[in-house]
Design a protein around this ligand. Sequence first.
Ligand SMILES: [Zn+2]
Length: 243
Amino acid sequence: MRRCFAFLFAALTAYAAQLSPTEAALVKTIDAEAPRTTALLETLVNINSGTENAAGVRDVARHMEAELAPLGFTVRWVPMDAVKRAGHLLAEHKGTRGKRILINGHMDTVFGPASPFQKFVRTGDRAEGPGTEDMKGGLAVLVSSLRALQAAGVLDPMRIRIVLTGDEENPGEPNSISRKDLVDAAAESDVALEFEPGIRVHGIDYASTSRRGVVDWSLHTHAVSFHSARLAVRSWAMGQGRS
Ligand SMILES: [Zn+2]
């Protein structure tokens, strides 16, 4: 056991030694603000924002706007009435240097007002609630990261666009309308960061590097009914040169 602790200490010391002063400052702020970040997560989770609950999605957007505007972001709400969805929150940080970064996330969850799963419950280091992981946890981490960048004095020149959709779990149709703002922001960006949380399986952390696709198709056929056994005999007979 002691050897195990010694190894862990050595590993942490090596990790700390690898951090630049800016990175160390980021870690310090993120650690110091952990209670604030957790409180934000609780607030967001306790707002029902099932995809079809437009008022709830809008409320989450207001909280995110209140976090982003003081960090120097120009924030804009884009209504999506045309596709029967709440809308998207767009935020832009007009810096002057570095790669143009797109940050992408969503504010809705799959749990509507009728779901029995509604409230944030914390037990020690574990939290449960609708959207706690997918992805209000991601939104809280996003705010925490940006606040740390600002506190470290490195946010100012950064060029960042944020697109938080309100209908990720059940996108409005057509996509040409519901995803236009996201596609436009991507076209004006060099890199994209998604804040959906990863997963941990058997103690190993995994992150998605690509997304699965979904294809819907149906096949309509017309034929005369025929018994499969008779069909088999006929096929054999044809193989023997008889029909
Ligand atoms: Zn998600």
